[in-house]
Design a protein around this ligand. Structure first.
Ligand code: S3P
Length: 255
């Protein structure tokens, strides 16, 4: 009896694999079509339409919860497939402190189905210490060596969105390493915007008690490093996170 049921599962899996292959192949063809016609890859309204249609089909069926759950995963994988087909690189976010790398990076990972890596957060996880404490008790050079190691660790990451700390551009080895599999996207923001975002935060050791003029000077000093490292750039002033995220995706897909 058990053997028979197992055989049935094996046959169902074979059919399911066949169907899933066809589904992913079709998704890949849609990606090629979208790229050719300059259409947005990420169209949330389409996913909502599929889910609504599915709600009707699933109404009187068992396992609705499981199937919806499975579809969330299929959507993620389909998006990842479509995006990576049109843009086969990791998305690496660089820019000055407060330019929105973390929030935009999280959002980008969510909509692309890519894995999110936040370099500062990885350093904190690895050391069990906050970035500001590493600066305070061990100094900037020590922090930079941890940053270097962490980025080295990401050299072969795939399907990745990587948010870097603002100082990543200070060491050119970081840039070469990130470019092995990725393209660097510079999030730009005016000093006034950055100052407004960070003035009440106290977790950034390099800009504690700095005024707007200091921030302007620091941005100026790093400007050419960001500009030389960047493959793409986008201005974030006055834009909502989801708009920045979709603008970035659309910009990358157009290449
Ligand atoms: C730094 C930026 C910070 C963090 C550290 C140093 C810098 O990251 O890595 O405080 O040198 O610009 P964020 O840009 O995410 O704030």
């Amino acid at each position: 009896m058990l053997d028979q049921l197992r055989l049935e599962i094996d046959n169902l899996d074979a059919s399911l694999i066949e169907i899933l292959c066809r589904r992913f192949e079709t998704a890949a063809r849609i990606a090629a079509y979208k790229k050719e016609h300059g259409l947005a890859v990420y169209q949330p309204e389409r996913e909502i339409a599929i889910l609504n249609k599915m709600a009707g089909i699933l109404e009187n069926k068992s396992y609705g919860i499981e199937i919806r759950e499975l579809y969330k995963h299929i959507f993620q994988l389909s998006r990842r497939l479509q995006i990576s087909q049109a843009f086969p690189y990791n998305m690496v976010l660089i820019g000055f402190m407060g330019s929105g790398k973390t929030t935009v990076g999280r959002y980008l990972a969510q909509i692309s189905g890519y894995t999110y890596y936040d370099v500062d957060h990885m350093i904190e996880q690895q050391t069990g210490k906050l970035v500001q404490d590493i600066f305070k008790f061990h100094g900037e050079d020590f922090f930079r060596s941890l940053e270097r190691q962490t980025i080295e660790h990401l050299r072969n990451a795939e399907y990745a969105v990587i948010s870097c700390g603002g100082g990543v551009v200070l060491n050119h080895d970081n840039i070469s390493c990130l470019k092995v599999k990725g393209k660097l996207i510079w999030l730009k923001a005016a000093p006034e915007t950055i100052y407004e975002r960070i003035k009440h935060q106290n977790d950034r050791p390099l800009i504690q008690n700095k005024n707007l003029d200091d921030i302007k000077e620091m941005i100026q000093a790093r400007q050419s490093l960001y500009s030389n490292a960047a493959d793409y750039e986008i201005t974030t002033d006055g834009k909502l996170i989801d708009h920045i995220g979709t603008d970035i995706l659309n910009m990358l897909m157009r290449q």
